[in-house]
Design a protein around this ligand. Structure first.
Ligand code: AMP
Length: 281
């Protein structure tokens, strides 16, 4: 496995694969890798000849009071995990390599689906994601790109601009990887104190309870209120608890699949999770 830190180096490493028309898979990450990230790589290995994983903590997707400076950076450990799972190339550029030192004048903004959920709490976040992912797509030029369903809204935003801008690749969504107690794996779980780590699985438990309630006919507003109560009782401060259609539209009829979304803080740590609830008659 190679690690490249410059665009030139990465291009040189990928050129033989491109010339041989190999299928290139790409997994963008911010590092501090866990089994959720590694599952994306495993999926990529199934479909692709060459797998590139980027590790880049993207400054422009963090708000001024967010955790850009303290975000865990663990490159050596990440390289070991990626080598073990069969990644071919790690791309770990500096901020300067990605953004240069002259101002960037171009933005990529996806409307409607970003004016909701995390987009309301994190203004500019999805623009920052869209810009960096587009730059990475142009640098790597993959055939397939892999993203986790844990960041459901992010995945929808990426699918949208890939379609709108005719970016020539296929986006693959990968199911959420969870700890045994149900907590969705996240690099931010490392911020949790032992006490907070113990209550964190309440997020997933409340989603599963909500699924049961919905499928046994409890109305949606009551179900959402139950989630809010459960989380507040164990000490969460709620950003949002919402239901949307799988396409992120507001729910108007109840006889359809829906996705439940939670963003909530325990201590200083903001956790997100979601669950697709199938409509059953
Ligand atoms: P991040 O490093 O947090 O930016 O995540 C990089 C990619 O890994 C994104 O596509 C995430 O959706 C995905 N990811 C992170 N955590 C998980 C998880 N628990 N299960 C599945 N995918 C995940």
């Amino acid at each position: 496995m190679k690690t490249e830190t410059t665009i030139q180096g990465l291009t040189a490493s990928l050129n033989p694969a491109r010339s041989a028309r190999k299928i290139i898979g790409f997994v963008p990450t911010m590092g501090n890798l866990h089994q959720g990230h590694l599952n994306l790589v495993r999926e990529a290995k199934k479909l692709c000849d060459v797998v590139v994983v980027s590790i880049f903590v993207n400054p422009i997707q963090f708000g001024p009071n967010e955790d850009f400076d303290s975000y865990p950076r663990t490159l050596e450990q990440d390289q070991q995990l990626l080598a073990d799972v069969g990644c071919d190339i790690v791309f770990a550029p500096t901020v300067e390599q990605m953004y240069g030192n002259k101002p960037r004048l171009t933005n990529i903004s996806v409307s409607e689906i970003t004016n909701d959920l995390c987009g309301l709490q994190r203004p500019g976040h999805f623009d920052g994601v869209a810009v960096v992912v587009t730059k990475l797509f142009n640098i790597v030029q993959p055939n397939y790109a892999f993203f986790g369903q844990k960041d459901y809204q992010q995945l929808a935003v990426i699918r949208q601009f890939v379609k709108d801008l005719n970016i020539p690749l296929e986006v693959i969504g990968v199911p959420i990887a969870r700890a045994e107690d149900g907590l969705a794996l996240s690099s931010r779980n490392g911020y949790l104190s032992p006490e907070h780590r113990q209550v964190a699985p309440t997020i997933y438990q409340s989603l599963k309870a909500a699924e049961q309630q919905l499928q046994s006919g409890v109305d949606l507003d009551t179900v959402l209120a139950n989630i809010r109560n459960t989380l507040t009782e164990v000490g969460f401060v709620i950003d949002y608890v919402e239901a949307r259609t799988p396409e992120l539209q507001k729910i108007h009829t109840f006889n359809q699949d829906l996705v439940l979304f939670i963003a909530a803080k325990i201590g200083q740590t903001r956790l997100i999770d979601n669950l697709l609830v199938k409509y059953t008659v």
